[in-house]
Design a protein around this ligand. Structure first.
Ligand code: ZN
Length: 200
């Protein structure tokens, strides 16, 4: 029997999120939650310095929080964005968050997408993306390799017929996001690029 796959958020996430019925204002207030999750993930030692949240765009209701769980879950796909999107899809009971009848969803993430998360976003049904640190920040401050995505990735997402567009806003609370990246570096956090793990 081959193993199944189960990913779960650390227990502390619920306390960091607080009131699950809270409505968040667009932009910085939503990013603030993603960044608090990223920083707590560093402090708790549960993963990399990345947090992400799926919100209902109009109401500001939190649909799913996510944090990086790569090392702790032994799962290279468990980036914060992927975790938040997977939880949002499980919560909706649908593989497509853009399904008619669902509220429009947005992904708020502490950093711009890596090669994987660009693809995860592409298929998710998310309608809007808001990012904090740039790909260059993540590579320059920490040495993570973010992988190749289209140079004009924002334009590619914003017009991709016949699929619905994904609107992109970058640089939201970028300095605060970079502070958390530096904190991870200073704490000696693992840089889990392929080929860098210690054999078991
Ligand atoms: Zn990623």
């Amino acid at each position: 029997m081959l193993p199944g796959i189960r990913l779960g958020l650390p227990e502390w996430v619920a306390s960091e999120v607080g009131d699950p019925d809270r409505r968040y204002e667009p932009g910085e207030q939503r990013m603030d939650l993603a960044l608090r999750l990223a920083e707590r993930n560093v402090d708790e030692g549960t993963g990399g310095p990345f947090g992400a949240c799926v919100f209902e765009s109009d109401s500001g209701k939190l649909w799913a929080p996510g944090v990086n769980l790569v090392v702790s879950s032994r799962c290279s796909v468990a980036h914060a964005e992927a975790v938040a999107i997977m939880i949002a899809q499980q919560r909706s009971g649908l593989h497509d968050l853009g399904t008619e009848g669902l509220p429009a969803m947005e992904l708020i993430t502490s950093a711009e997408p890596c090669v994987q998360c660009f693809g995860v976003l592409w298929w998710s049904g998310i309608r809007r993306l808001v990012t904090g640190a740039t790909r260059g920040d993540v590579e320059g401050l920490l040495g993570f390799c973010e992988g190749p995505i289209p140079q004009d990735w924002i334009a590619v997402l914003s017009s991709r017929p016949p699929l619905p567009p994904v609107e992109v806003e970058t640089g939201c609370l970028r300095q605060e996001a970079c502070r958390i990246l530096r904190r991870y570096h200073e704490s000696g956090g693992t840089i889990y690029n392929p080929g860098s793990a210690t054999p078991r």
